[in-house]
Design a protein around this ligand. Structure first.
Ligand SMILES: [Zn+2]
Ligand SMILES: [Zn+2]
Length: 303
């Protein structure tokens, strides 16, 4: 038993020393931007890693750390080839932001420009800065996007701020988007989503509502192109219209026009009346029989 233990300990020790050696070379190649050799030694480290992992589960934490550490080295040494390569292998959010900060503060322009020219990275950085309240990075990216007309990132950032209920951050983006032609549609869309989730008590909702034009918001709720999305969000079952489904003598109990919605209590509505009644005016019981709606037992009849 003892000799097996000794053998095992030696085995681990050998791999650890190989690993340390490979790592030292690897970092040196990264600092110099030698991607070919960096890749070669990365693979060697990964190999020792998995060998150790198969014998010794405690090593499981080492690999993400290697990527994070490599990313920081690449950003500090302005090696964009190494940074973009290791980024594609996945690094933790905290280190993406840290690498960006380093590139910014050290004016490492190759890496810095790489960050700024990829919209998906900008959105990631914004998302991270919002989640940890890093106002400095947040403002920096928002200003950059505004100065360079990168509306797609600003709109995405505005959505993230609204859904995570960061009112101040949302407002600072709104100031820059107030002349953006689509802004009313964007606000109406966010308001609709809050309404459909019955989440209308937050300050962010009240603020959005004060910005939005009620008619415009309702247009959105009544837009047949949005019906599928609304129905899905409310978790209402639907079925395709076949002639046998529609009873000609029944009408919407509110507007007396053709119905396309049957409540859980088996009463008839058109979807527009139902949404006005249930979402806009927040009535949860049937206008006809006063029973509480069970949305999962209602049915929308698609045309
Ligand atoms: Zn109706
Ligand atoms: Zn009813």
């Amino acid at each position: 038993m003892n000799s097996i233990n000794n053998w095992f300990n030696n085995f681990v020790r050998n791999f650890e020393s190989d690993r340390t050696y490979f790592k030292r070379l690897f970092f040196e190649y990264c600092k110099n931007g030698d991607l070919k050799n960096a890749k070669k030694y990365y693979d060697k480290i990964v190999l020792t890693f998995f060998t150790l992992l198969s014998t010794h589960l405690n090593f499981a934490y080492l690999l993400p750390e290697l990527n994070d550490e490599t990313f920081i080295i690449a950003c500090s040494n302005n090696k964009v080839n190494i940074a973009s390569w290791i980024y594609r292998k996945r690094i933790t959010d905290k280190y993406l932001l840290k690498g960006f900060e380093i590139a910014l503060l050290q004016e490492n322009f190759s890496v810095f420009n790489w960050f700024l020219h990829d919209h998906s990275i900008l959105i990631k950085l914004i998302r991270i800065s919002i989640s940890i309240n890093d106002i400095f990075i947040f403002n920096f990216i928002i200003d950059y996007c505004f100065d360079n007309n990168i509306w797609i990132v600003l709109v995405k950032a505005f959505n993230i701020c609204c859904y995570t209920k960061k009112l101040e951050m949302a407002n600072s983006i709104y100031q820059r988007l107030s002349n953006y032609p689509e802004i009313n549609t964007i606000i109406a869309d966010i308001i609709m989503k809050f309404r459909l989730s019955r989440d209308t008590n937050s300050n962010i909702y009240k603020w959005l509502h004060s910005l939005g034009d009620e008619n415009f918001i309702l247009q959105n709720l009544y837009n047949p192109e949005k019906y599928d999305e609304i129905i899905q969000k409310l978790n209402i079952p639907s079925k395709k219209n076949t002639n046998s489904d529609v009873i000609i003598t029944e009408k919407c109990s509110i507007c007396l026009e053709k119905y396309n919605f049957i409540s859980s209590c088996n009463h008839y509505y058109c979807l527009k009346c139902f949404l006005t009644y249930n979402i806009k005016y927040k009535n949860n019981n049937c206008s006809y029989c006063r029973q509480i709606f069970d949305l999962q037992k209602c049915c929308f009849i698609k045309n």
